[in-house]
Design a binder for this molecule. Structure first.
Ligand SMILES: CC(C)(COP(=O)(O)OP(=O)(O)OC[C@H]1O[C@@H](n2cnc3c(N)ncnc32)[C@H](O)[C@@H]1OP(=O)(O)O)[C@@H](O)C(=O)NCCC(=O)NCCS
Length: 164
């Protein structure tokens, strides 16, 4: 929804949320632009981007995202972000599992991957908790605020995915 930018802005404007990301901290215009882009991408005829609002106690407290990166080879990438007021209670883990279920069940993907900064302990724990395998470390693949950033690469394959 267009007015979701207000809730997006509550977390995306915080340094701690985007310290390992190439974007942010968001200005109001950045947060509005993000939401408008999400709406535009959701309306593409051949949709490859799926962004879900995380709603907790009737508040939007984050977002989970699945992008189809390769249609031919059925590859998708997941990502998530949670408002710091709600960190540490299992929300990102639940969201990652829902995104994985969505990718394999609805989109019929074969491989789902995710990357995170090696310093992002919370995110790497999430990816391990949902059963992803660490494939390795991509060197200096992202330019962020404090310089070039390595990424840990995690993945889950269709035949490794089990409904819990
Ligand atoms: C990374 C992030 C999504 C984790 O969200 P969360 O809802 O707090 O994660 P969970 O509660 O599911 O935690 C999963 C595990 O990580 C641990 N954890 C979470 N944050 C942590 C931190 N900063 N340091 C160490 N461990 C952490 C939790 O304790 C939990 O482990 P446990 O089950 O052994 O106790 C959240 O910190 C965030 O939004 N960060 C900013 C955006 C971001 O980095 N997104 C990921 C991009 S790769």
């Amino acid at each position: 929804m267009e007015h979701d930018w207000i809730d997006v802005h509550k977390y995306a404007s915080q340094d701690i949320v985007c310290q390992y990301q190439p974007w942010g901290p968001n200005t109001e215009e950045d947060s509005k632009g993000f939401v408008n882009q999400v709406i535009e991408d959701a309306n593409q005829e051949l949709r490859t981007r799926f962004v879900f609002a995380i709603v907790y106690n009737a508040y939007m407290i984050g977002a989970g995202e699945l992008n189809i990166r390769d249609l031919t080879n059925k590859v998708g990438e997941i990502a998530y972000i949670v408002n710091p007021s709600y960190w540490g209670i299992g929300i990102a883990t639940d969201v990652a599992m829902l995104l994985i279920d969505f990718g394999f069940e609805e989109l019929k993907l074969h491989r789902i991957y995710a990357t995170c900064d090696p310093r992002n302990i919370g995110s790497s724990k999430v990816l391990e908790k949902v059963g992803m395998t660490k494939e390795g470390r991509i060197r200096e693949d992202l330019l962020i605020k404090d310089g070039w950033r390595d990424s840990l690469l995690y993945s889950l394959l269709e035949h490794e995915w089990k409904k819990i």
